[in-house]
Design a protein around this ligand. Structure first.
Ligand code: CMP
Length: 138
């Protein structure tokens, strides 16, 4: 079944100049770009986007990191998009990520892990709508 996922190329990936290389991997892996933009999250945005993590000890650090510079936000479409994208990016901790995955190639640490991928179809829709209006999805 064709479905959609939501991704962010996080501030560390943008700072290090990895936008092109990561988009190339996404593209050759068969994902169609439905929506995309360079944007920066405010503190309010990040606190809302990551509300599910607000009791975690790393919440403050996560909000600080995700707001420190621009990100690339995108909605991607493919058969089995949510699961296949999580396979492509690899484990949350790059130390545990498989060879060839985006996090293995481009992430430094569990906190600054280069990319986000939605964990369910429902969250993909919520997260996509957080960043894009209907008219910005193609
Ligand atoms: P992601 O899984 O996309 O969304 C939650 C983010 O919190 C995660 O990526 C990391 O950026 C961050 N994160 C997860 N676990 C930790 C941790 N143990 N310490 C610091 N940051 C974390």
């Amino acid at each position: 079944v064709t479905n959609r996922t939501f991704t962010m190329l996080k501030p560390d990936a943008v700072e290090k100049g990895h936008i092109g290389a990561i988009l190339e991997k996404i593209s050759v892996s068969g994902f169609r770009i439905v929506a995309m933009k360079l944007t920066q999250m405010t503190k309010h945005d990040a606190e809302a986007f990551y509300a599910i993590h607000k009791e975690r000890p790393f919440f403050g650090e996560l909000v600080e990191y995700m707001t420190r510079g621009p990100i690339v936000a995108a909605v991607l479409e493919k058969e089995n998009a949510v699961e296949d994208f999580r396979t492509l990016i690899g484990a949350t901790n790059p130390a545990d990520a498989a060879e060839g995955t985006i996090r293995k190639l481009f992430a430094n640490s569990i906190s600054e892990n280069a990319v986000h991928g939605s964990d369910s179809n429902d969250n993909a829709a919520i997260e996509g709508a957080f960043h894009f209006s209907g008219r910005e999805m193609f």
